[in-house]
Write a protein that binds this ligand. Sequence first.
Ligand code: AMP
Ligand code: MN
Ligand code: MN
Ligand code: MN
Length: 278
Amino acid sequence: MTPESYDLHCHSTASDGALSPAELVARAHLQGVTVLALTDHDTVSGLTEAAQIAGKLGLRLIPGIEISATYAHQCLHIVGLNIDPEPPALLAGLGGQHAVRAQRAHKIAEKLEKKGIAGAYDAVKTAAGDGEITRSHFADFLVAQGVVKDQQDAFDRYLSKGKPGFVPTQWAPLEDAIGWIRAAGGIAVLAHPLRYNLSIKWLRQALAAFKLAGGQGVEVVTGRASPDDIRLSQQLAQKHQLYASVGSDFHSPENQWVELGRLAALPADATPVWELLG
Ligand code: AMP
Ligand code: MN
Ligand code: MN
Ligand code: MN
């Protein structure tokens, strides 16, 4: 039997991905992925379409999500794997996250307007369609307006913490986000631990709180991780006795650096999170 190829973190048009759930699953299949988790920001709305095509292609779709959570004034991303998308606690929680996103979008647009950039809210609302509005939509809008040269430039100059379009946001408390995932029968995984620009000391504190609240895994291999990143992340996993996950965080075919399933192997001493997937 050929070994499975896992990718347990990616996005569709249900949030800030460029491909529809069906297009995303088809692309993953072409790339040789055999087990894929669709993990859109704060929504499960892409999962039904993804599961339908996955069934036809013979790819195993893990129903997932990426929840924005607040811990000690810091936003952390919690991936939920193998969730039942129906439970009332999860749906109520996601309703709250949706309201936070909608409100924040209005505030970001107001801030941009003050900087002389008008029309942001209508543009991102149209671009997001039925999906969740994210800062990526604002970045695309700023690029389209010719205000910045690319997405990175948009985050660096307008959308990141401390920049004129940044709106401090109170997401679900970390414990709640993990609780919704666990109540939905899922596995909670801390996404991309090294992408928060936090000190190792701070990360260790966050991981201790994460584990205490029922978190079970941490991403050890992500889309653009260097060998050093992978080693460090695995050390964190080991220290806190967390399962190791792998996920590209794929958003768009236009980003040539990140591809579905194109991931380094887990270190030999890692305990893969798929041991929990059954
Ligand atoms: P939000 O959850 O709405 O705050 O949006 C966060 C999303 O913006 C992330 O999931 C990334 O897709 C994207 N993002 C965040 N920071 C950057 C960055 N520096 N460059 C490009 N995209 C980013
Ligand atoms: Mn994103
Ligand atoms: Mn993330
Ligand atoms: Mn992501």
